[in-house]
Design a protein around this ligand. Structure first.
Ligand SMILES: [Zn+2]
Length: 251
């Protein structure tokens, strides 16, 4: 482990995280993100380069736009910070191996979909279709054990979510299904089951908390994507240990 590499990945994740914010905010609105520079979402003022430093700028500006004083969503610094921390964490857990790229790609997709689902309750096909070939290639370079695990994982994810959607009526949608199929490719079939288990448990717990604190209204729809992504990341990093503990204790 090199402290310089760790710092490098922390900063890389932060910088990419601010880029993923921009993608996540603009892809659902069908704006092309490379044709124009970053603007304030409320006054459309162009944001100067010195105000685009991840996290730091947000704190210097006190969470407000320099021009219209409109509050800037906490989603921006949150996504930047967490992407950075997760990049650093991946390096600590995995080290300098090919699998580290898979981790970075998974975190990148999670960051973008977190923004789109929180903002627009959307898991855009465009984003999933961008990451699908990347995961395919990465699972050829760094295969799971056994090699067919990603295929079984994807099929299981499809069948599982198909029936959940059929019987739950509204809780999860087609976007969640497609996301799960993609995650099956990365995590394998046990990973799919663990992700499903974790995301429903965490989702239910947090929803109950928000309901009892009256932050959430009873009929209000909540995006489920962030829970799936959180469950998937926990599974990705610690699934083997958790499943090992489970089989050791109960079988
Ligand atoms: Zn503004």
């Amino acid at each position: 482990m090199s402290i310089y590499l760790l710092l490098y990945f922390l900063i890389l994740g932060n910088v990419l995280g601010s880029f993923y914010n921009v993608i996540g905010m603009r892809v659902p609105e069908k704006k092309m993100f490379h044709s124009e520079r970053s603007c304030c979402p409320s006054c459309q003022h162009r944001i100067k380069a010195y105000d685009l430093i991840p996290v730091v700028s947000y704190m210097v500006l006190g969470g407000k736009c320099r021009h219209c004083q409109q509050k800037i969503s906490w989603l921006y610094p949150f996504t930047e910070l967490v992407t950075g921390l997760l990049f650093g964490y991946s390096y600590l857990v995995i080290g300098l191996q090919w699998e580290l790229i898979t981790a970075f790609v998974l975190i990148s997709m999670a960051a973008i979909l977190f923004v789109t689902d929180m903002r627009f309750m959307l898991i855009p096909n465009k984003i999933l279709m961008f990451f699908l070939p990347l995961f395919l290639i990465l699972r050829i370079i760094t295969p799971l054990e056994p090699w067919w695990d990603p295929i079984v994982g994807s099929v299981l994810a499809f069948v599982l979510l198909f029936f959940v959607i059929l019987f739950s009526r509204g809780g999860m949608g087609g976007g969640d299904l497609k996301l799960f199929v993609l995650l099956g490719m990365v995590l394998g079939w046990k990973g799919v089951l663990l992700t499903f288990f974790l995301s429903t448990i965490i989702g239910a717990a947090i929803s109950l908390l928000l309901l009892s604190a009256k932050i959430l209204k009873r009929k209000q729809a909540i995006p489920f994507g962030p829970y799936i992504l959180l469950g998937a990341l926990i599974t990705y990093f610690h699934g083997d240990a958790m499943l090992g503990w489970y089989t050791d204790s109960f079988f």
